[in-house]
Design a binder for this molecule. Structure first.
Ligand SMILES: Cc1ncc(C[n+]2csc(CCOP(=O)(O)OP(=O)(O)O)c2C)c(N)n1
Length: 305
């Protein structure tokens, strides 16, 4: 683990969070509940959609909980296009069930809409679409584009002299895309200290281990060499995630390597590649509904054949 001390101290230069952020700053205990609720919603979405990338969504459920409910992102769900807002960009768009769950919980749209994901006529697909879905800042799914998009947004904020920040989540497998490294070169050159990139480092990509496909190690050294302010954390520890996401270093973009477990929260899915895209069978479903902590009523609905 790398100490985040240096950057957490520089955070003070930026002052305290404003009232809007504070209104969404849950305690660590509350964030545990929020993340549990987001995991419950992720499976419910998959259940009603009949499939989806659950492992990738569970992997980042804690990160997205802290972003939207831990006092990190500045947003107004009743005014999604608010000009002064921060932006969250999910570059690994296949994990959009986590994003949909967070946006519904934040109040961007009624949670009942989550029942229609993936269905004919629904604006909610298996990858997120901007303009159609309130709160979705970029259409993603073709891996490798979100970082460059985020750099454009952060650079525009600088030109417009806006204090807004841009956060982007990348997959670790996604970092094999060449376009990621073009972005990695550009952001420090542009001195984008209003940009924070989080790598969801679950060490799996699709059906295999990252190292067996294209080895990305040592990730920390690579990003440091490209001029980023790098920290490495446990991506399931809400306190560590919050500390790392609120840290800033003047003139330098921040890169957070969040060590995570793909499928986190459902024992039989954790770190098992096949859960990149697969639905549980009857027996597995019984385990899942107990481990995610659904109410008896919710369980009955999900177990209904
Ligand atoms: C450009 C592109 N190539 C391939 C895919 C197919 N694909 C979808 S998810 C995925 C694996 C991504 O792995 P990673 O970034 O590590 O995310 P994780 O699912 O592990 O969170 C791939 C190859 C894609 N969506 N886009």
């Amino acid at each position: 683990m790398i100490e985040c001390k240096e950057i957490s101290e520089t955070r003070r230069e930026y002052g305290n969070m404003n009232d809007l952020q504070k209104s969404r700053e849950e305690t660590i205990a509350d964030l545990e509940e929020t993340a549990r609720d987001i995991r419950k919603k992720i499976y419910q979405i998959a259940h009603f959609a009949g499939g989806g990338h659950m492992g990738a969504s569970f992997s980042m459920a804690d990160i997205i909980s802290v972003i939207y409910f831990g006092g990190v992102l500045k947003y107004d769900a009743s005014n999604p296009q608010w000009k002064e807002r921060d932006k969250f960009i999910l570059s690994k768009g296949h994990a959009c069930y986590a994003l949909y769950a967070a946006l519904a919980r934040a109040g961007y749209f009624p949670k009942e809409e989550l029942r229609h994901v993936g269905q004919t006529g629904s604006k909610f697909g298996g990858h997120p679409k901007m303009y159609d879905i309130p709160g979705v800042e970029a259409s993603t799914g073709a891996l490798g584009h979100g970082l460059s998009f985020a750099i454009g947004a952060a650079y525009a904020n600088k030109i417009d002299k806006k204090g807004a920040h841009v956060y982007v989540v990348l997959g670790d497998g996604e970092c094999q895309e060449g376009s990621i490294w073009e972005g990695a070169l550009s952001a420090p050159t542009l001195e984008l200290d209003n940009l924070t990139v989080i790598i969801d480092h679950n060490k799996l990509q699709a059906m295999d281990e990252l190292e067996n496909i294209v080895n990305m190690n040592p990730l920390v050294d690579k990003w440091k060499a490209f001029g980023w302010n790098v920290t490495e954390i446990n991506g399931h520890d809400h306190g560590q995630v919050r500390e790392a996401l609120l840290a800033r270093k003047k003139g330098v973009p921040t890169l957070v390597i969040a060590n995570t477990i793909k499928g986190k929260g459902v024992s039989f899915m954790e770190s098992v590649p096949i859960w990149h895209y697969r639905m549980p069978n009857e027996e597995e479903l019984k385990v899942l509904v107990n481990e995610l902590g659904y109410s008896e009523e919710e369980k009955a609905e999900l177990l209904l054949k």
